[in-house]
Design a protein around this ligand. Structure first.
Ligand SMILES: [Zn+2]
Length: 113
């Protein structure tokens, strides 16, 4: 259950930014979570809600944008979205596969009053 630590990290970023902008209340926190992170959005929501209680983010909505896994083959430049985490190109069988998206874990946007 590493969602608790992740939620704490998101909350810390949101609170720091709110203070920086002299905000009194955080309404919305938008995060991008890549498929590679293995984070369960539902667990993250619950953890965030628990940690945010009593802070500027107590009423905040945590909006989670799931970023799918996209890979690109270095040998044939084939782009694909593996259903499971796979490191073999489905077009040419090469193992020289680069992960393009799916590792995201960031706060993209905040709404603060
Ligand atoms: Zn390939």
């Amino acid at each position: 259950m590493h969602e608790m630590a992740i939620a704490q990290g998101i909350l810390d970023i949101a609170l720091a930014q709110a203070v920086e902008h002299q905000g009194e209340k955080i309404h919305l926190v938008h995060v991008q979570i890549g498929a590679m992170t293995g984070i369960e959005p539902q667990c993250l929501l619950v953890a965030f809600e628990a940690l945010a209680a009593g802070t500027l983010a107590a009423q905040a909505t945590l909006e989670i944008e799931a970023v799918p896994l996209t890979s690109c083959c270095r040998d044939c430049q084939h782009m694909f979205s593996p259903a499971a985490i796979s490191f073999t190109c489905p077009a040419c069988g090469s193992a020289a596969v680069e992960i393009i998206t799916g590792r995201e874990l960031r706060v993209v946007h905040l709404e603060v009053d």
